[in-house]
Design a protein around this ligand. Structure first.
Ligand SMILES: Cc1cc2nc3c(=O)[nH]c(=O)nc-3n(C[C@H](O)[C@H](O)[C@H](O)COP(=O)(O)OP(=O)(O)OC[C@H]3O[C@@H](n4cnc5c(N)ncnc54)[C@H](O)[C@@H]3O)c2cc1C
Length: 390
């Protein structure tokens, strides 16, 4: 059942309560409900919403993920689960457009904590037998004339790459979970966690709930549950998405692949984008690693100067078929760790609480399989994909 009022839940005890119903929490809720576990998902907002890390129309998914060899199997498993969810819900979540990962070749660039990102991607593709091509700049421009890759550049092209619709992925998994007997409580903030015999007490504004196990998928708000020195390891980094107007004569962006492009030596020397979904604009963004203390303090406005800098520093001279106007922008945030890896472990001093966070800007594509991993871990099942628990 979907609740907005805690009093409707009168005295229910759950085997599992999931705190946070973004990408990872919604996936976990679906996976627990599939197993017949008595499970409740709670969110401080009404998901899918625009305040966390899982909104903004599209997310790239790719298989040979240079972020880590162990994540390749996770991405592959997620693709299988997205297909299963599509067939159960009759909704299209994943669009296989093909994808290109480009390196300007000016200086080596790192990404999500990983050096030599392009070379690692190619190595993983070879090792896992993932269909791909490596092409030079001339061939890249011939195949994708909307992109003006420098002559020193190199491109990894992967067929299985595409984009997911994040809001629909979350909504669909919540709906499926509700249909399978899960409960969902929205607009309710968990204020604290207390160890009790055989489980955890979740403190809410006027009352509390009990669960044998808690899965904490609070995204950037994980900071609220950690001691100060631990919390500092999770950097909240504001990100801005822009929708750029297409020049009316150009049809180049309609069937474009998703793209990622390393344009210099620094992690911020990067731009990525999508095909046009509406025929009028293409979504593009860079990455920023400037830290904000807490998700609640993020500036949600995007100023004209900021838009101008994005156009000048990241877009100008790199693309064809754009008018130069930004039609709209949206703010989101990453939760980043030093090495860019996910953190999955029991919450400090809370043995019955499993925390999952810091998807460091690359977690959406993995969320379906992460949800499955969490359910398998808590239900003591054999794992489909092995991941380290710290
Ligand atoms: C701009 C941008 C672009 C990205 N692009 C990609 C991409 O192309 N491909 C990719 O794979 N990944 C991408 N990512 C990363 C990916 O989107 C994130 O890793 C992922 O969505 C994080 O999901 P989450 O569930 O951890 O966090 P969230 O989606 O933020 O969910 C956390 C939830 O917990 C709730 N919550 C927190 N505290 C409490 C509390 N105390 N009580 C109740 N509820 C609480 C919040 O309200 C929220 O709903 C991108 C991220 C951003 C920001």
């Amino acid at each position: 059942m979907r609740f907005t009022n805690i009093s409707q839940l009168s005295n229910k005890n759950y085997d599992v309560i999931i705190v946070g119903l973004g990408a990872v929490g919604a996936a976990a809720l679906y996976q627990f409900s599939k197993r017949g576990v008595s499970v409740l998902g709670i969110d401080q907002f009404d998901p899918p919403h625009n305040f966390g890390s899982s909104h903004g129309e599209t997310r790239i998914t790719r298989l040979a993920v240079g972020e880590g060899k162990d994540y390749v199997a996770l991405a592959m498993r997620s693709h299988q689960i997205w297909k299963e969810i599509e067939s159960l819900s009759c909704k299209k979540l994943y669009f296989q457009t093909g994808g290109i990962l480009m390196d300007s070749g000016i200086s080596p660039w790192e990404k999500h904590g990983t050096k030599s990102f392009l070379d690692r991607t190619i190595a993983f593709a070879k090792e896992f037998g993932i269909a791909h091509n490596v092409i030079n700049a001339e061939d890249t421009i011939t195949r994708f004339p909307q992109i003006r890759l420098e002559s020193s550049g190199k491109t990894y092209a992967e067929e299985a790459t595409g984009y997911l619709l994040p809001e629909l992925c979350i909504a669909t998994q919540l709906e499926l979970a509700l249909g399978l007997g899960a409960d969902v409580l929205v607009n309710t903030k968990v204020l604290g966690l207390e160890n009790i015999e055989n489980g955890t007490k979740l403190l809410l504004e006027d009352t509390s709930l009990l669960a044998k196990k808690v899965v904490l998928t609070a995204g950037g708000w994980i900071k609220d549950f950690l001691p100060k020195e631990e919390s500092r390891k999770f950097k909240i980094c504001r990100q801005v998405l822009h929708w750029l107007e297409i020049e009316s004569l150009h049809d180049l962006w309609k069937n474009s692949p998703v793209f990622m492009w390393g344009i210099g030596a620094q992690p911020e020397d990067f731009i990525y984008g999508f095909p046009s979904l509406d025929g009028r604009s293409v979504k593009m963004a860079t990455e920023s690693f400037l830290e904000t203390d807490h998700p609640d303090l993020i500036n949600r406005e995007v100023g004209e100067q900021e838009k101008g800098e994005f156009m000048k520093n990241k877009v100008a001279g790199r693309f064809q078929g754009l008018s130069g106007r930004i039609l709209k922008s949206s703010v989101c945030f990453y939760t980043v760790t030093e090495d860019g890896r996910f953190v999955i472990r029991p919450l400090q001093n809370h043995p019955a609480v499993l925390m999952v966070s810091a998807c460091s800007g690359h977690g959406f594509k993995h969320s379906a399989a992460l949800g499955e991993f969490l359910a398998q871990e808590v239900c003591a099942e054999v794992k489909t994909v092995e991941l380290e628990i710290d």
